[in-house]
Design a binder for this molecule. Structure first.
Ligand code: G3P
Ligand code: CA
Length: 280
């Protein structure tokens, strides 16, 4: 399936952030499935590299917030539970779902929005390969955020390994590579110009942002939504660069951004945004 950056007639595309993380544990295949079921157009995941050079789908540097690593007495030897200090087989022992069921971080279990929450217990941290196969098998494109490994093990090779995996699975048109580390995007452009790239930005805009993104050969600009104003969105659109913005969780703000003409809203709540935007 071709990864499309088009904007629908009247509303932006919806991207399920870390999967549909408000109704399933983030960055798991359960969250990807929930995003797909919600009608999202694509999903976003974060990639980290393990101590033995494997790619896993995980956001934080440590595994303590979204797994049971720190609460199982037999795993104390893994402390401080950093993803880049553990081997894949150690990470695979972890339960990446029970924290979500026990904490109900978005209150969606209490409101009944999560069907069969107990089925989420025991889900694993997926490998990137598993996540890509899920995307491919379900024709569900994916925005791969390459987490910044600067100064950590894997800095030199994480982008290369991601590209190898995408190519091996024949998916260059189903993925978008994004990163706050723009050096990784330059490397990706050099190695795999056929894979589209999105420039992640937070805090402040680069000087001459459209030229900056164009110089990186980017297909998309991915700013924190608070940085966006209509003239900026128009300038990107005029340059043929999509604007995919994050993390948009309020319906009023979604409506403002849709009116500006952004291409995609990256949200924790695709199950609410898809029907909302369709009716807008
Ligand atoms: O893709 C945008 C967004 O995911 C970046 O922030 O911290 O959620 O990875 P974060
Ligand atoms: Ca991310």
């Amino acid at each position: 399936m071709f990864f499309s950056f088009r904007t629908r007639e009247a509303w932006p595309l919806v991207c399920a952030h870390r999967g549909a993380r408000s109704i399933a544990p983030e960055n798991t295949l359960a969250a990807a499935k929930a995003g797909l079921a919600a009608g999202a157009d694509f999903w976003e995941l974060d990639v980290q590299m393990t101590a033995d050079g494997e790619l896993v789908v995980h956001h934080d540097d440590e595994l303590t917030r979204t797994t049971d690593a720190a609460v199982r007495a037999e795993l104390t030897h893994l402390a401080p539970y950093r993803a880049d200090a553990l081997a894949l087989n150690e990470i695979r022992q972890l339960d990446a779902g029970s924290w979500f069921v026990d904490r109900d971080p978005y209150g969606t279990i209490a409101t009944g929005e999560v069907e069969a929450p107990d089925a989420l217990r025991g889900v694993h941290v997926p490998t990137l390969r598993e996540a890509l196969i899920f995307s491919r098998d379900n024709a569900f494109p994916v925005n791969i955020e390459i987490k910044d490994h600067a100064g950590r093990p894997g800095d030199a090779t994480v982008t290369d390994k991601i590209i190898d995996c995408v190519r091996e699975l024949g998916m260059p048109r189903m993925v978008l590579l994004s990163s706050f580390n723009h050096g990784y995007l330059r490397r990706a452009r050099e190695l795999a110009p056929e894979i589209p790239r999105g420039v992640l930005v937070e805090g402040s805009l680069p000087e001459a942002p459209v030229r900056y993104a164009a110089d990186l050969g980017a297909a998309a600009f991915h700013p924190d939504h608070t940085l966006l104003v209509p003239i900026l969105v128009s300038a990107f659109r005029a340059a043929g660069i999509a604007v995919n913005t994050w993390t948009v969780n309020g319906e009023d703000r979604a409506e403002e951004l849709a009116a500006m003409g952004v291409n995609a809203l990256i949200t924790d709540w695709p199950q609410r945004f898809v029907p909302y935007l369709q009716g807008w």
